[in-house]
Ligand binder design. Structure first.
Ligand SMILES: Nc1ncnc2c1ncn2[C@@H]1O[C@H](COP(=O)(O)OP(=O)(O)OP(=O)(O)O)[C@@H](O)[C@H]1O
Ligand SMILES: [Mg+2]
Length: 462
């Protein structure tokens, strides 16, 4: 039969008492020693025995204390064997079971944490998590990269790191009210990137508050980079504004002159001039619409080029014949230089002729009266043909060179308008050339002339 801890304690006490009495009575009766001395010697002998018994009996308590200390210091991976069937043994077992449960929970939590980290790491949007006191708990890799955040920002506030008062204020508001919010931010720390930021509160679990949603544990902010969307929106707005502006002038003129005619001018001599003005502006309208249609066609997804081998010399001559009248009118000379008759490009005839027409049209329009135009073409490297169109006209200022390929961009708007230009010619050139996999650029000396270069894929004769 196993004894309980209390029973053992009582037996030990009785044993010690009996030992003491035995020693005392032996000393008094057998050795005739005085009572006090006998008692004193009895205590001296019993004390070490009592100490040894006490050590033996409290050994399991020391083992359990050691185990509890280990668990508390987070080092409780190993249990302590204590093979006893009494209360202390059962206590040790219960504590060991608790240790195992704790260990399992810690493993589960750290697995969940790893999973969450992997999940957040895989999200392309930036994620920022703050606690109820507004301190950063976590940021994912995407946000670190988007905002170039330094390491070790956890436990700091977003305002210290991201430096945006509106974001800070929204985060605090969401933590307090629990109502989600969306805001648009331009963050200087991210090279003027524009973000749409969605902030939602993290509700406390019912176990923490007693009532769901009563208080919040913090908030999560999701950062979507919408810079490209904004740019596209701006391009679209500018384009619509430009088109409307370009269409308005000829339309107003046509309307004004038509109304004047209707009001009676039809019978007067000026009627012929008025109709001429109307015709001129209608032509301009038609040209704008045609150019816009061509641009939208080249940009559409369905756009396909009819690729075939084309002689560069034939393309140049065909474009020149189209512009012959204008060239002669300005008494200009065109020299077609160094174009090997066998040189061929791979491209779409209709569109490549358009490229050359637009470049030559500019050379004529912005060239001097009686001036010279040089057209040349050569093979460049193993795969390309470079075509150049050079004039000795007004030239283009350096600051405008990079912009002349933009839609509706004109260096001298008045002059271009006078010449019937819409500012779409070079934009069409750029799109067609790029659709062929080529490049286009210009060099110019203001007052001396300009040279436009185009590269196209070379056709290898088989
Ligand atoms: N060879 C050139 N010499 C001087 N300036 C030029 C030359 N080519 C183009 N430019 C400048 O670049 C601008 C844009 O040219 P682009 O061909 O796109 O438009 P445009 O000639 O004005 O009109 P469009 O070609 O649509 O009739 C012109 O308005 C002009 O200011
Ligand atoms: Mg032009």
């Amino acid at each position: 039969m196993r004894l309980r801890f209390g029973g053992r304690l009582a037996i030990s006490f009785l044993f010690l008492l009996a030992l003491f009495l035995l020693i005392q009575s032996y000393l008094i009766h057998s050795l005739k020693k005085p009572f006090l001395l006998s008692s004193f010697v009895g205590v001296l002998i019993v004390l070490p025995v009592a100490y040894l018994i006490f050590r033996f009996m409290t050994q399991p308590i020391r083992v359990i204390t050691e185990l509890a200390n280990r668990i508390a210091s987070g080092n409780g991976t190993k249990g302590l064997p204590l093979h006893r069937e009494d209360e202390l043994g059962r206590l040790a077992k219960a504590i060991d079971e608790m240790r195992l449960q704790l260990q399992r929970k810690i493993e589960e939590i750290s697995e969940e944490k790893d999973y969450l980290q992997a999940l957040l790491g895989g999200i392309m949007e930036g994620v920022l998590v703050i606690d109820a006191k507004g301190r950063i708990v976590m940021v994912n890799q995407a946000l670190r990269q988007l905002l170039s955040l330094p390491p070790g920002i956890e436990m700091r506030t977003p305002i210290e790191v991201i430096r945006n008062a509106e974001l800070e204020e929204t985060l605090q508001r969401v933590v307090q009210s629990g109502k989600g919010a969306t805001l648009e931010l331009v963050l200087p720390s991210a090279q003027e990137k524009t973000f749409e930021v969605n902030v939602v509160g993290i509700p406390s679990s019912p176990a923490e508050t007693g009532k769901e949603d009563e208080t919040r544990r913090g908030a999560i902010a999701l950062f979507h980079d919408i810079t490209r969307l904004k740019e596209l929106e701006k391009i679209r707005q500018d384009f619509v504004a430009n088109v409307s502006h370009e269409l308005r002038t000829p339309l107003t003129t046509i309307k004004g002159y038509a109304e004047t005619l209707l009001e009676g001018a039809l019978k007067e001599e000026v009627a012929y001039q008025f109709v001429q003005v109307i015709k001129k502006h209608s032509d301009r309208l038609e040209k704008i619409v045609q150019d816009l249609l061509m641009l939208s066609k080249i940009e559409s997804r369905q756009f396909r080029l009819q690729m075939e081998p084309l002689s560069v010399l034939d393309l140049v001559n065909s474009a020149l014949s189209f512009l012959r009248e204008a060239i002669d009118k300005k008494m200009m000379t065109v020299s077609v230089e160094h174009i090997p008759p066998a040189l061929q490009v791979c491209g779409d005839q209709k569109y490549l002729e358009q490229v050359l027409i637009n470049l030559l049209d500019n050379a004529v329009k912005y060239g001097r009266d009686g001036g010279k135009i040089f057209v040349s073409a050569n093979q460049k490297g193993q795969e390309e043909v470079e075509i150049s169109v050079k004039d000795d006209g007004i030239g283009i200022p350096k600051e405008d060179l990079s912009r002349i390929f933009e839609r509706f961009y004109r260096v001298d708007k008045g002059r271009s308008n006078e010449l019937g230009g819409t500012g779409l010619g070079l934009s069409i050139v750029k799109h067609i050339v790029q659709a062929h996999g080529g490049r286009v650029w210009a060099e110019s000396q203001p007052g001396q002339g300009s040279t436009f270069y185009v590269t196209l894929p070379l056709h290898f004769p088989s």
